[in-house]
Design a binder for this molecule. Structure first.
Ligand code: ZN
Length: 58
């Protein structure tokens, strides 16, 4: 489990469909593509999702 003690930058990428956050754009893109095509989440992708820091929501 990530403790959040060490945070690298403030960049998070969010899948606009399932709202999961990712540290890597590749995963966010993969998630979005999957969500759009399958209307469900792929566990192999969402396991890379992270919890965003509070206050970063638009
Ligand atoms: Zn998604």
């Amino acid at each position: 489990m990530r403790t959040g003690a060490k945070r690298q930058g403030d960049e998070y990428y969010q899948c606009p469909l399932c709202k999961f956050y990712y540290l890597e754009k590749e995963w966010a893109d993969a998630c979005e593509a999957w969500c759009r095509d399958h209307s469900s989440c792929n566990l192999d992708i969402t396991k890379h999702a992270v919890h965003p820091p509070f206050g970063k929501e638009p």
